[in-house]
Write a protein that binds this ligand. Structure first.
Ligand code: UD1
Length: 424
């Protein structure tokens, strides 16, 4: 049954919210748990989003015992002892980009893995050549047959790997496999995202030796065995950024709690540039925006650059700032699919290749629109809040992949949106 969100326009954010655990760390840590062989791991602060629920189903299908903490659904105990398959079920893998982390983890554990090509948000071509380059350097052979990636190794041997593209997924995947390889692996031109550091901390707590995560050179000394561990997932900087941008775009006032402010530096800098008031505490950020915003330019880059995942929400904000703003998307080739829908709401945006030129200042009007990817979907919620009239937002399955009941989250911030089942 399909659902839609009804969003009343011209609402103002006002309230406080605690952010969830980071999706992009959690989707790597769950697959990484199979590396612990017969040692259970406890993971806390998991976001209960559909991407995580799907991964739990996949782990169970592979044979893992997954026990939910009755007192707290964000805590899971995973016992990977009975994982006995290196072929995750194809049906479940479809549409889940992060399923690619099962490549590194199952290869590390079984020296082989067979897995369908990963799905996920359609942001243009999303090749996995750098993941493959890494696995090959570690001694594996990789074949693609009828859409199935088949990876095999007699043994994994530490290696020097230079990534041609700065890739979050390839960096983590190589870390996972290398943590069970013999000897030392060096990843040069590694991605530096905080989620990579979180995965490295998880592996290190299990007894691996990963050094340099968070810089562009990561060194991994493989371990024969990894042990039990309890790990708390870091806060989700993208969810936090979504609420911060929503607060500024609605001329609102939000206290976003349970964050690591350093991870939000690029967002804070841009919100200040558009004229929002930003106060930063040890683990919170308060955004208080005046009635009226200034235009600015945004260029997305790998961390610590401005995150591509917050480009769509920021673009919505810029439609409100009188004047010209320029947004350059440097990470993904096709991450402007939200623009067509925003135009239906009256946004004045012109696309030139990977650049969007926004003439801000005109009032958006509510419209029936559809999310086509996760972060574009979150941006449409903000667009609905600042529009005049009602917005009917469909394609919620994309948003549910990364936000826990987005309507309840936004309600905490004092705005009203309603999820309705759609009658045929
Ligand atoms: C991850 C995040 C996603 C975020 C993105 C960039 C997860 C689950 N998803 O996605 O939310 O938007 O980082 O911060 O963590 N590339 C190649 N070859 C490869 C791998 C990547 O050419 O083998 C290219 C991609 O097409 C893209 C760029 O490198 O243009 C960055 O991609 P990457 O960092 O790998 O993104 P994901 O891991 O897919």
């Amino acid at each position: 049954m399909s659902e839609l969100l009804v969003i009343n326009g011209q609402q103002r954010i006002s309230g406080r919210i605690n952010v969830s655990g980071a999706k992009n760390a959690a989707v790597a840590i769950l697959p990484a748990s199979v590396l612990a062989e017969n040692n259970p791991v406890k993971i806390t602060n998991l976001p209960r989003i559909t991407d995580i629920n799907k991964l739990i189903e996949i782990l169970k299908a592979l044979g893992a015992d997954v026990i939910e903490d009755e007192a707290n659904e964000r805590n899971l105990l995973i016992d990977p002892t009975n994982v006995n398959s290196h072929t995750p079920p194809g049906m479940m893998i479809n549409k889940l980009r992060a399923s690619y982390y099962l490549m590194g983890s199952l290869l590390g554990r079984f020296l082989q893995v067979e897995i369908p090509m990963p799905g996920g948000c359609d942001l243009g071509p999303r090749p996995i050549d750098q993941h493959i380059k890494g696995f090959t350097a570690l001694g594996a052979t990789v074949e693609l047959e009828h859409g199935i990636v088949k990876i095999k190794a007699k043994k994994l041997q530490g290696a020097y790997i230079y990534l041609d593209v700065v890739s979050v997924g390839a960096t983590i995947n190589i870390m996972l496999a290398a943590s069970r390889a013999e000897g030392k692996t060096v990843i040069e031109n590694a991605a530096k995202e905080p989620e990579i550091v979180d995965v490295a901390n998880f592996l290190n707590a299990m007894g691996a030796q990963v050094r340099g995560a968070g810089t562009d050179v990561i060194k991994i000394e493989g371990a024969k065995e990894l042990r039990s561990v309890e790990h708390c997932v870091i806060p989700d900087r993208i969810e936090a950024g979504t609420f911060m941008i929503a607060a500024a775009a609605t001329y609102g006032d939000a206290l976003v709690e349970g964050v690591i402010p350093k991870h939000l530096d690029p967002v804070i800098a841009k919100l200040k540039e558009v004229g929002a008031g930003v106060e930063v505490g040890p683990d919170w950020v308060r955004i208080k925006a005046p009635n009226g915003l200034a235009p600015t330019d945004i260029k997305t880059f790998p961390y610590p650059g401005f995150p591509t995942d917050l480009q769509p929400p920021m673009m919505v904000l810029l439609t409100r700032a009188p004047g010209t703003s320029i947004v350059s998307e440097n990470v993904f080739e096709r991450r402007f699919r939200h623009v067509e829908e925003l135009k239906k709401m009256g946004a004045q945006i012109k696309l030139e290749g990977r650049t969007a030129i926004i003439e801000g200042g005109s009032q958006l009007t509510g419209a029936p629109i559809s999310a086509m990817d996760l972060r574009g979907g979150a941006a449409f919620v903000i667009a609905g809040l600042i529009s005049q009239g009602e917005t009917y937002l469909r394609g919620l399955e994309h948003i549910d992949r990364g936000y826990e009941s987005i309507e309840s989250r936004f309600r905490k911030l004092g705005v009203n949106l309603e999820r309705l089942a759609e009658t045929e």
